[in-house]
Design a protein around this ligand. Structure first.
Ligand code: PGA
Length: 250
């Protein structure tokens, strides 16, 4: 049985003083795994303050060390006790031109240091309207599978985040999420990946008031939470919704 995971993605937000309040207010919730993915400069602060909640980053270099100005390696973040690294977030794909193979190599770099990569995938609105959702899944996952192999991919976490639902207040509908997550799991299974082991998170305008119905879906193993992860009460309410959904499948 897969345990629900709720991961916060702070994006490029935070300050030492603001983080202190937010981190102090976070606490573990029974029955669910929780992680917060913070900007690199706050790793030490978050590592010191978090108790029973995992630490993550929002990106990681595909390289280990050397002349790569501005990059941060998985080796470095592992030293801070990081458990997760988001890779391939749609903002990095769109704004920083990250390519499919590069994202696969980043996921491999994370895995090599014992971090679980949270590989983000998801279509744009134009792609959804053109009924190309499954084709996009294939385009984004096939290079990752080629680089990680079936066993590597089975140990990763996937996050389905439709680009049009991120930060817009417009979450995908329960039916859209159910259909797409099932399609992702079917794609994994048909490519030799132990799909029943893979956690598939949903991300895109998850809030306390829609989390419960989304997390109740069979193929939804939790959420990747942006804006709502910056508000302790809202984030914890989402974690509690995951715990309720978890208790229903136990
Ligand atoms: P959102 O962001 O929850 O603010 O929509 C999700 C994400 O980008 O991971």
């Amino acid at each position: 049985m897969r345990k629900k995971l709720v991961a916060g993605n702070w994006k490029m937000n935070g300050s030492l003083a603001g983080n202190r309040k937010l981190l102090d207010a976070l606490a573990p919730v029974d029955g669910v795994d929780i992680a917060v993915c913070v900007p690199y400069p706050y790793l030490a602060q978050a590592a010191e303050k978090l108790d029973g909640i995992d630490l993550g980053v929002q990106d990681v270099s595909e390289f280990t060390a050397g002349a790569y100005t501005g990059e941060v390696s998985a080796v470095m973040v592992a030293e801070f006790g990081c458990a997760y690294a988001i890779v391939g977030h749609s903002e990095r794909r769109a704004l920083f031109r990250e390519g499919e193979a590069e994202i696969g190599r980043k996921a491999a770099a994370a895995l090599a240091q014992g971090l679980v990569p949270i590989v983000c995938i998801g279509e744009t609105l134009a792609e959804r309207e053109a009924e190309r959702v499954v084709a996009v899944i294939e385009r984004q996952l096939a290079p990752v599978l080629e680089i990680l192999g079936a066993e590597g991919l089975a140990t990763a976490v996937l996050a389905y985040e439709p680009v049009w639902a991120i930060g817009t207040g417009r979450s995908a509908t329960v039916a859209q999420v159910a259909e797409t997550h099932a399609a992702i799991r079917a794609w994994l299974a048909s490519h030799g990946v132990a799909s029943e082991r893979v956690k598939i998170l949903y991300g895109g305008s998850v809030k306390a008031d829609n989390a419960r119905e989304l997390f109740a879906l069979d193929d939804v193993d939790g959420g990747l939470i942006g804006g709502a992860s910056l508000i302790a009460e809202e984030f914890l309410a989402i974690c509690r919704a995951a715990a309720v959904a978890q208790s229903c499948i136990e």
